[in-house]
Design a binder for this molecule. Structure first.
Ligand SMILES: Nc1nc2c(ncn2[C@@H]2O[C@H](COP(=O)(O)OP(=O)(O)OP(=O)(O)O)[C@@H](O)[C@H]2O)c(=O)[nH]1
Ligand SMILES: [Mg+2]
Length: 204
């Protein structure tokens, strides 16, 4: 982790960012040694939208249909960082068999991927953490994989409520050994928190 100033981070994320591949099984993961950052969270929480906001382009497919991202999608940011869009969990309508397959794929990735430096665990800023968010936190704790809570869709929360939401998330992070104490808030809609997240990620 190096200290990066916001302007350097902005410039990095303004560079080219290219789709590498979408992996449906571990054998397809790219043989890359770039430091990796993965985005995980419930279906529809805004993972793909956040990657688009960070890179300032529509590179990850975002949609209203939950469960859109069904593979692990790798994006190469200027040969400096790999941004990884993971399939969402908690998708109610998906068949059991498909959910098991996604979970297996994601867990293998999170446990085994050597290049993975940090996970951004996205939670919808409007709601309390759900049971499957807590399960994911425990999983990451057990895997000793550092992660940071990112509250999304902050544009949808009244400013009077934001502090409370952030405090709750900080308290939750404090109970989990692999969670970093800092919580970030973002909006892919109006860009709130995007420069701060870029600055953090550029230093990973
Ligand atoms: N208001 C608002 N809407 C957002 C924000 N981020 C995402 N959305 C909306 O939320 C919906 C889901 O966004 P996605 O980025 O596709 O979510 P995802 O987590 O990638 O979803 P899956 O791939 O299905 O797991 C879309 O309709 C987005 O436009 C945000 O910051 N603010
Ligand atoms: Mg997605």
């Amino acid at each position: 982790m190096t200290a990066i100033d916001p302007e350097t981070a902005r410039k990095l994320f303004a560079q080219s960012c290219d789709f590498v591949l979408a992996a449906a099984e571990p054998a397809h993961f790219p043989k890359s040694r770039l430091p990796e950052i993965a985005f995980i969270g419930r279906s529809n929480v805004g993972k793909s939208s956040l990657i688009n906001a960070l890179t300032g382009r529509k590179i990850a497919r975002a949609s209203n249909t939950p469960g859109r991202t069904q593979q692990i999608v790798f994006f190469n940011l200027f040969d400096r960082l790999m941004l990884v869009d993971l399939p969402g969990y908690g998708h109610a309508d998906a068949p059991r068999e498909q959910k098991d397959r996604w979970n297996g794929l994601v867990q293998t990735y999170l446990r085994k991927r050597e290049a993975l430096k940090c996970v951004c665990l996205l939670m919808d800023g409007r709601h309390e953490a759900k049971a499957n968010d807590l399960e994911m936190m425990k999983f990451l704790d057990r895997a000793a994989m550092p992660y940071r809570i990112v509250l999304t869709k902050i544009d949808q929360i009244r400013s009077s409520e934001r502090e409370t939401r952030i405090r709750h998330a900080q308290a939750l992070a404090a109970q989990h050994p692999a969670a970093q104490s800092e919580v970030m808030t973002t909006s892919a809609e109006n860009g709130t928190g995007i420069p701060e997240l870029r600055t953090y990620l550029a230093g990973v």
